[in-house]
Design a protein. Structure first.
Length: 435
């Protein structure tokens, strides 16, 4: 890291550090704020930037491609950022030194300041204006895809990996019976045999083609989840094609994950087949999860950077699916994805299996609130799904967050389990999406 600036910072100073991908902790940091650090290596791989170290000290703040220092005293906010994330994304660090903040980086960056407007309230928002300034610039440079704000029913937070065709069809009928204005019915994880087995549907689910046809017959877009850039180390793809693999990408589904080499001709042919199949079935809304795996460090067929390889994979998906398909990134490198996806999850999952009672808290709240500025500038943000059933103890607290957040309007309940209050929350969510 090379020191690039030294900024005076008053008692109210704050630092915004953009995380590497959707699930990376992202927020405004104040003097003395607790540092966000992975406890295990797999957490570093899946929540931070693989292959990139973090500050050793608790008061060091690290951002990937974007860092903003707001002095908090009416002085201009400082933006340190890359406006071209197609090949490399520098890491940045900021460290408190008394009444100053020292900024360093490991690569070339743009630096500009954003003047606060008149008035005390405007001075307090100088940092927010700086984020907007960055978003406008990189959005224009990368030809960001913005505009659509889908209203989505999703299977995940009610059925998780146990979803079946019957579950989807039951809720499809309920959407009609309740006259809910839903644009997309999205089948999340559980329809296939798992990572690296995307062309092999799970018999337990039922018929994916028939389910997609039923969704489309109802006049809605059919959405499908998959994690196309990850494979399990024991999957059929990994064992038959070890030359397709790059580096480690964490652990999930009871297996160690490995990234696919998105420059390898065999991988590209395989992915083309997977997405042509989904396209031909009629799925035109895709939630692309665990995308960071496409940019992990490792040896590749072509001599390109991990980011260039990652973008080539997204470009391939876009070319197969067509310009009208809605691509939603999740677990995706933030800045390298601008211009290639229509929507972006800007937080980790609200809860995991076992947290349906609210005992796991609201894991995504911090990052989704910090990243609200990205909506309409980089893409349509996805603040994650409303969960409105009475069994979720935090439903009103979470509803306040989701209803306030900009972006995609999604919910994930078995409609038959909603009480009148839960149904009212869903209707308020969908009405906000129509505004």
């Amino acid at each position: 890291m090379k020191t690039i600036d030294d900024v005076a910072a008053g008692p109210a100073a704050r630092i915004y550090a953009e995380g590497w991908q959707s699930w990376s902790p992202t927020t405004w940091h104040h003097r003395g704020s607790a540092a966000h650090r992975p406890a295990e290596e797999w957490q570093h791989l899946m929540r931070f930037r693989p292959g990139t170290g973090l500050p050793d000290d608790d008061d060091g703040v690290q951002g990937e491609g974007l860092l903003v220092v707001d002095p908090g005293d009416g002085a201009p906010a400082h933006v340190y950022a890359t406006l071209d994330a197609r090949s490399t994304v520098p890491s940045l660090r900021a460290k408190w030194h008394g009444d100053r903040v020292v900024v360093s980086a490991d690569g070339p960056l743009e630096h500009w300041t954003v003047e606060p407007a008149d008035g005390s309230a405007a001075r307090a928002s100088a940092g927010d204006a700086a984020l907007g300034s960055f978003g406008d610039r990189i959005g224009a440079t990368a030809a960001a895809r913005t505009g659509d704000v889908p209203r989505v029913w999703c299977t995940w937070y009610r059925y998780f990996e146990e979803v079946t065709q019957a579950d989807v069809l039951e809720n499809l009928r309920a959407i009609d019976d309740l006259d809910l204005t839903v644009d997309v019915v999205q089948i999340d994880d559980g329809w296939s045999l798992g990572t690296g087995e995307w062309t092999r549907p799970n018999p337990r689910f039922g018929s994916l083609p028939d389910t997609i046809a039923a969704i489309r017959d109802g006049g809605r877009r059919a959405g499908v989840w998959l994690a196309p850039f990850s494979v399990g180390s024991r999957s059929d793809v990994a064992t038959r094609h070890p030359d397709w693999l790059t580096g480690p990408a964490g652990h999930n589904w009871g297996d160690d994950l490995v990234g696919l080499d998105l420059t390898h001709p065999g991988v590209r042919e395989y992915l083309t087949d997977v997405f042509m199949h989904l396209r031909d079935l009629g799925a035109d809304y895709l939630k692309l999860d665990f995308l960071y795996s496409g940019a992990v460090p490792g040896t590749r067929h072509d001599d390109v950077t991990p980011i260039e390889a990652y973008r080539s994979g997204l470009e391939l998906i876009r070319s197969v699916m067509g310009d009208d398909a809605f691509l939603l990134g999740c677990g995706a490198p933030i800045l390298p994805s601008v211009g290639l996806v229509d929507g972006m999850r800007v937080s980790p999952d609200t809860f995991h299996e076992g947290g349906e009672d609210g005992s796991q808290g609201l894991r995504g709240r911090m990052s989704l609130e910090a990243r609200a500025w990205q909506h309409g500038r980089l893409w349509t943000t996805d603040p994650d799904c409303l969960v409105a059933r009475p069994q979720f103890a935090l439903r009103d607290e979470w509803a306040e967050v989701v209803l306030t957040a900009p972006g995609l309007r999604g919910f994930s309940d078995r409609l038959a389990e909603l009480d009148p209050h839960g149904l009212d929350l869903v209707r308020r969510l969908l009405k906000a999406g129509a505004a």
